[in-house]
Design a protein around this ligand. Structure first.
Ligand SMILES: C[S@@+](CC[C@H](N)C(=O)[O-])C[C@H]1O[C@@H](n2cnc3c(N)ncnc32)[C@H](O)[C@@H]1O
Length: 519
């Protein structure tokens, strides 16, 4: 029990006394690594000296030897793993699911904020004030790197071609200037508006489902659809556009959960993956719970980072990274932390069709086709039928992999190896373009960390990370390291080039690495 006279400290001061960053202390609390502390009348966490002493003891225990990590090199064309002490935590996006801001929008193949923080610690010069450092994420996704950058007081800049993911970045970056109270008030108004209409059968929503959003089966059941349309009716009533965008993003983040579709990880009918259809759902409660999560993160943010974060400069562009030199000064970037689309043809755009159409952000099919063409690596569907696509640079190893691929399943024409070889060639041509374009933006000696996984196309293993590293060098960057972050699953890959004679297969591990470049 705390005595009346006992001195208490807010989280930021407590973190300073313990000797860790405020965000680290916050994470320990959220991850349950330390017991939660008392709160004052306003709900703010307050730490007593004895809390601080206990947590300090905890940090001593936490200083265990770093886990071993594998670093990947190529010797005589074979991948060789070498053990070294790890300085990175798990890179998978799963780690973000409980963390403030990062938990707002789930995203496929995003990486963890812990990993991003490790990159800051490993690759930034600690003697330079944070306010003089700029971090770039060329494939910003839902904004993991950018949000983490702001929380650490760095300036951030990002590019994201998908308008829904861009909305997520924009909302997170603007949320640091908004008060959580405005969101809570708006949420209360929304619930009152909604509750007045939902049981009134004489009320016909003014909003209509997006006309051009076609799905094989109805996306929402009739009951859910009516509720969703009442939500849509409410949105234009929110006068503050930043607040409206928070509501739109919250809706985008939960809208599939009450539909008859689900992510597996591509968007498909629930029934196709053995799940029941959703006949009815508490749409307003699901949405309000999301908004409450968001506003409580904003509230904590005010407590934790308000001063440092409000002074940082942040920019997010709904543009292709290939146009970056039109928006960023040359040699202005201190660190890149990013993860491009993998060579697995995951179609970000198609998988966000529900959000794009229902939030009315990219409904013109012509614009969607343009985005497909500007996307890094394009898509198999876009390039498979073209004549053989040559590489824009020389790389013997890759050329022979592509030749091997082209030979496979020739009877299937462009659905066989030839189509996939075109896709891979386009992907690596874009890798070359990407490396050339970002190298112009990087300061001398700055680093770029690119998280990427290997792939198996038509049974042929492609070591995307090693080829990426080589292409970076061809484009003028220096290859520093390839660090194995995690291994995922095992697939079959063809190792014999004489595929038509005797097909030899081996089990291949799918892995994820961080390719580190310097300029
Ligand atoms: C692997 S995800 C990045 C996820 C991100 N690290 C996160 O944690 O949210 C790759 C992203 O690159 C985006 N993208 C694809 N082509 C692009 C381009 N030419 N310019 C900018 N972004 C692009 C995709 O829309 C996708 O969101």
């Amino acid at each position: 029990m705390q005595s009346v006279s006992e001195q208490t400290f807010f989280l930021t001061t407590a973190a300073n006394l313990i000797g860790v960053a405020p965000i680290t202390l916050k994470r320990w609390l959220l991850e349950g690594k330390i017991n939660d502390v008392q709160r004052d009348r306003r709900g703010w966490r307050v730490f007593t000296q004895s809390d601080i002493n206990k947590i300090k003891a905890h940090t001593e225990c936490a200083k265990q030897p770093a886990p071993k990590q594998l670093s990947l090199y190529t010797k005589h064309g074979e991948a060789v793993y070498e053990e070294k002490a790890s300085s990175f935590r798990d890179s998978a996006f799963n780690g973000n699911k409980k963390l403030p801001f990062h938990r707002w929008v789930p995203w496929i193949a995003g990486f963890s904020s812990n990993f991003v923080e490790d990159c800051f610690n490993n690759y930034l010069d600690r003697s330079v004030p944070h306010s003089e450092i700029t971090i770039l994420d060329p494939f910003a996704g839902v904004g993991t790197t950018l949000t983490e950058g702001i929380m650490h007081g760095y300036n951030v800049v990002g590019f994201e071609i998908n308008p829904y993911a861009y909305l997520s970045c924009k909302v997170k970056l603007s949320a640091v200037h908004l008060s959580s109270t405005i969101i809570e008030d708006e949420c209360a108004k929304f619930l009152s508006y909604y509750n007045k209409r939902v049981d009134d059968q004489s009320y016909t929503p003014r909003s209509k489902p997006p006309e051009k959003f076609g799905t094989r089966a109805p996306f929402y059941s009739p009951d859910v659809a009516r509720k969703v349309l009442i939500v849509m009716d409410y949105l234009p009533n929110i006068n503050n556009l930043e607040v409206r965008d928070i509501f739109r993003l919250a809706f985008g983040s939960v809208m599939v959960s009450f539909s008859n579709y689900s992510y597996e990880p591509s968007l498909g009918r629930r029934v196709s993956s053995g799940k029941e259809e959703i006949l009815d759902a508490p749409v307003e409660s699901i949405l309000a719970a999301k908004i409450t999560n968001m506003s409580s993160d904003m509230y904590e943010f005010e407590e934790l980072h308000a001063d440092s974060a409000r002074s940082v400069k942040s920019h997010i562009f709904n543009e292709s990274i290939f146009n970056a030199t039109q928006f960023c000064e040359p040699e202005s970037i201190d660190l890149i932390v990013t993860s491009p689309p993998y060579l697995n043809n995951y179609h970000y755009l198609r998988n966000t069709r529900p959000q794009l159409y229902w939030l009315d952000i990219a409904t013109d099919p012509k614009r969607l086709r343009e985005i497909e063409h500007e996307s890094f690596g394009k898509f198999w569907q876009t390039v498979r039928d073209q004549d053989q696509i040559p590489l824009d640079f020389r790389h013997e190893g890759l050329e022979s992999r592509l030749d091997l691929l082209r030979d496979i399943n020739q009877n299937k024409k462009t659905y066989g190896g030839a189509g996939w070889a075109n896709y891979a060639a386009t992907y690596f041509n874009d890798t070359y373009r990407f490396c050339k374009s970002v190298s112009k933006l990087m300061k001398p000696d700055s680093k770029a960390v690119v998280v990427i996984g290997n792939s198996i196309l038509q049974g042929v293993e492609i070591n995307t990370d090693q080829i990426f590293a080589d292409i970076g060098e061809i484009a003028g960057l220096k290859k520093r390291d390839i660090i194995l972050l995690r291994t995922k699953r095992t697939g079959s890959s063809i190792i014999d080039s004489s595929v038509r004679a005797a097909k030899t297969t081996k089990k291949t591990t799918l892995y994820e690495t961080a390719v580190v470049f310097s300029k």
